[in-house]
Design a protein around this ligand. Structure first.
Ligand code: AMP
Length: 475
């Protein structure tokens, strides 16, 4: 997606695909349901019935648009892919919804993309100058254009040719008239897993989508791997130079669903360990530990268990309001926080409270909630964050904003604490974050994760974006 204020493309999304089963679009709808936390702006499905491709893309939630017999009857076929899309500032246009589909000379080609390309501008400029016409402002369309123009003969070679030209974070699920294809970028920044539903191969952003449809988890798609699924079976190719995997640490901290499994552990387990580690590093005396729901719940459980301070549901979250971030402007976002959370006074009044959340980005949520908790009669409000300060923007698809808007990039911890109105504010250390992930320490030369949000170390060149956005993005 093209983002007005920072002038680059952003997408944090969920992808899904299933091959060779009678109810492909129904199962895709269910898979997308379970990936809804990855994007609430819109959803789409493309199916193939052996002759024709069928596409439906709708703004809004999966359940509101795809849970009906009429729309599913428009998506016949044994193979389908789907996408849920995350909203960022500007461009919430229907044409940007995915999967994107094009009839290429070689046949139909549908593509669902999670991630963000970092050299879109230069590629797009060249393509436009040589006559390409773009229908969307999505970076994913560049992939379709490059595949369409590749001089190679076979589809897979056209795709590889394209992948060698694009840079950035991408997990792709692609549908053609013979193949379902999964691709993960050379660093494996965004997730992609392979599953099996009664003999039908499945690709999904997270294992929770496999659980939803009763599919078995087979394995993660590896960094730099292309999985090609046809009626003859599954083939894997690795066209890139092998580099160490660098998955985005933020999937574990915030983005993925707590019940999804990454490296044999649930995301919940990692988040609970983050909370435990936060308690080890910060000895604060208090009466209750209260999570900022839902994002802070797992870490707050870990913090409470480690510190032996009782856990209480002192903030109640309305489940009829989406993620705060999906609101496009700051004024609406602030309103959104109030809509979303209310105080459970009985747990708070006359108490020393430790609030726990997974992260602070702009500080909007924390400021509102600290205020609410004081207004409900708390004696003291401390705020613990189960990751380090987010000082650097993301360009690989999780939509953390530019430097100007990142509170930790502009204020020190004391100043942030004053701004959010807490008696104290404490963050988890970077080493503690790695420890909670099961790593002994951060490997300085090749960190085990993509952790640029905390360190400013970007594994994939972002100079093109920085140059383009020098006014907004750099300080
Ligand atoms: P803010 O209110 O701007 O400080 O944002 C912090 C809240 O947003 C926390 O409750 C986080 O759980 C959540 N959050 C953190 N990172 C993201 C992200 N990339 N997208 C959406 N929400 C996020």
């Amino acid at each position: 997606m093209y983002c007005k204020y920072s002038d680059h493309f952003k997408d944090e999304c969920g992808v899904f695909g299933i091959f060779g089963t009678q109810e492909a679009s129904v199962l895709t709808t269910l898979g997308l349901h379970s990936l809804q936390h990855r994007g609430q702006e819109g959803a789409g499905i493309v199916s193939f019935d052996g002759k024709s491709f069928h596409s439906e893309r709708k703004q809004g939630l999966v359940g509101d648009n795809f849970n009906n017999a009429h729309i599913l009857s428009q998506l016949p076929g044994n193979t389908a892919i789907g996408h849920v899309r995350y909203s960022t500032t500007g461009d919430s246009k229907p044409e940007n919804l995915q999967p994107l589909f094009a009839n290429l000379a070689i046949g139909g080609f549908a593509c669902a993309h999670n991630g963000n390309l970092t050299n879109t501008h230069s590629i797009k400029k060249k393509l436009v100058e040589s006559g390409s016409i773009f229908q969307t402002s999505s970076d994913t369309e560049i992939i379709l254009q490059l595949v369409a123009r590749s001089p190679k003969k076979k589809l897979i070679d056209k795709l590889i040719d394209t992948l060698f030209q694009i840079r950035g974070a991408y997990s792709l699920v692609i549908l053609t008239n013979k193949k379902l294809i999964g691709v993960r970028d050379p660093f494996g920044i965004r997730p992609l897993v392979l599953g099996d539903k009664d003999g039908s191969p499945v690709l999904a952003s997270e294992t929770c989508a496999l659980d939803m449809i009763g599919a078995k988890y087979v394995r993660d798609v590896k960094n730099g791997e292309i999985i090609i699924i046809t009626k003859n079976g599954i083939k894997s190719i690795k066209p890139f130079k092998i580099v160490p995997e660098r998955p985005c640490i933020f999937e574990r901290i915030y983005f993925a669903s707590p019940d999804s499994i990454i490296d044999n552990k649930t995301v919940y387990t990692y988040r609970k360990s983050l909370g435990e580690q936060l308690a080890i590093e910060n000895n604060i005396s208090a009466d209750v530990v209260v999570p900022i729901p839902d994002s802070g719940v797992s870490a707050a459980i870990g913090f409470s268990q480690k510190s032996s301070i009782p856990f209480e549901l002192g903030i109640i979250r309305s489940h009829y309001v989406g993620r705060t971030f999906i609101e496009p402007s700051q004024s609406i976002r602030q309103f959104g926080v109030k809509l979303k959370h209310s105080v459970n006074r009985s747990c708070i009044k006359n108490k020393k409270v430790i609030l726990i959340d997974d992260s602070i980005v702009r500080g909007t949520t924390a400021s509102k909630i600290v205020k609410m908790v004081y207004e409900a009669g708390a004696k003291e409000v401390h705020l613990g964050i189960s990751c380090p300060p987010i000082k650097h923007p993301d360009f690989y698809g999780i939509d953390t904003p530019n430097y100007n808007q990142l509170i930790a990039s502009n204020l020190n911890i004391k100043e942030m604490s004053n701004l959010v109105g807490a008696k104290s504010l404490f963050f988890l250390s970077l080493d503690g974050t790695y420890k909670a992930m099961g790593c002994s320490e951060r490997n300085g030369e090749t960190p085990q994760f993509t952790d640029h949000c905390f360190t400013g170390e970007y594994p994939i060149d972002i100079s093109e974006i920085l140059k383009l956005n020098s006014k907004n993005v750099t300080r």
